[in-house]
Design a protein around this ligand. Sequence first.
Ligand SMILES: Cc1ncc(COP(=O)(O)O)c(C=O)c1O
Length: 473
Amino acid sequence: MSTVGDAPELSLDAPRDEVLARAAALIGEAWSSFDRARPGQPVVDEELRSMLREPLPDAPEPVTQALEEAALILDESIAQPRPRYFAFVGSSGLPIGVVADALASCFDANLAVYAGAASDIEEQAVRWVGELIGYPVSGGAFTSGGTVSNLTALAAAREHSMPGTRSRGMRDRLAAVYCSEEAHYSVMRAVELLGIGAANVRAIALDDRRRMQTDALAAAIDRDLADGITPVAVVATAGTTLTGAIDPIAEIGELCRERGVWMHVDGAYGAAAAALPELSDVFAGLADADSVSLDAHKWLYLPKACGVILVRRRADLHDSFAHEENYLPHEQAEPHAVDVTLEYSRPFRALKLWLAFRAHGAEAFRRALRRNLRQAQLLHEQIGRHDDLEGLAAPELSIVPFRHVPAGIGDADAHNLHLAQELQRDARVYVAPAVIDGKVYLRPCIVNFRTSDEDVIAMVEIAREVGNRLAAG
Ligand SMILES: Cc1ncc(COP(=O)(O)O)c(C=O)c1O
């Protein structure tokens, strides 16, 4: 009988230490290149393009060569950690988070069932997020981000408002979810998935600070109650994606309490700023929310994916997500995270936030947030200094939309859309466009700890330079 050799398959062709040292060097080179803005973005050349067309390799290549090529591809990709990346609400790849990700995937714990200390760290990290933003957490979990956190919260709210729906289904029952006109569209997607129906999202009108109008909200809920429609939840946004507006959480909370409606705060972008005592007025009422979403991969600077859902009553998550399966008997006293989350296999996302809090301390995060907030004010001032720029009211947080309106420009919307495309081609700064009140703006978001004041000023100057060039034809 022939025997199979003992050496495991899938071993590399170079010693482990050598592979690790090379990988560490490549990460170090990337970090150095993120320290300062680079003059442009390397273009994807023909050599790389042809490599990317190659079919599945059957035989191995030297691992160090493959590593070098992976690093090259990454260098030619759009990386959000660069200091002049201002598009969307980006993440900044905080170095300790990168190290934590490597360690977490090395040990590859599954945060579905109780995984020993890793599960305990996740619980501790959830509590620490609550402490940071002043929210009395009773349960929660790390998620892939705001989309899944919002879905998780709304699933819990649905079961809370209509017990038994998870098993019976909605049947003919009508229900509604309320949010501002500028809530993130993940709310709409959650409502679709939960069978409530997109038509039953009540998009409440905005006030002059782009916040949900509470009178209109109260009227919408009362109308639904009178019509026999169950209000499932109000989603208050703490930092809208478009302009960073913060809905009046305290007022919304009060009217939710009066009517027995769940209040979810979507703070995927902005809730981190609740860590700042000087912003306690705008975040007042956050502690009364039934659930809160916060993405540490947004304004706590960590690499993706690092979302968190926090709830006041852990039982609400359990009531919506727990299952008893034959292959998953609940033989331990320790709770299984899968009973309070949507995913089964779940990576150890909490480690990067836990390690970041330990390595930097919460105060360093507060300082970094304040720096971004000051930079947003600086950008607002810069916009005001130039006649050819048009902005909005002073930013609440760190999103500062503006548009280029040089004298004599005919179609300012077409001009700004073209400008956003040209800026991305130019690649000295990366800014995305957005439509606000029907007009096209550039929409810089300042959420990167590496961004300097000089980067902010450069963005304005480059936008004007490229914009003037386009306007001149
Ligand atoms: C307010 C808000 N909620 C939810 C999300 C979705 O988050 P994610 O992309 O992490 O799923 C975003 C994304 O920008 C957001 O700004």
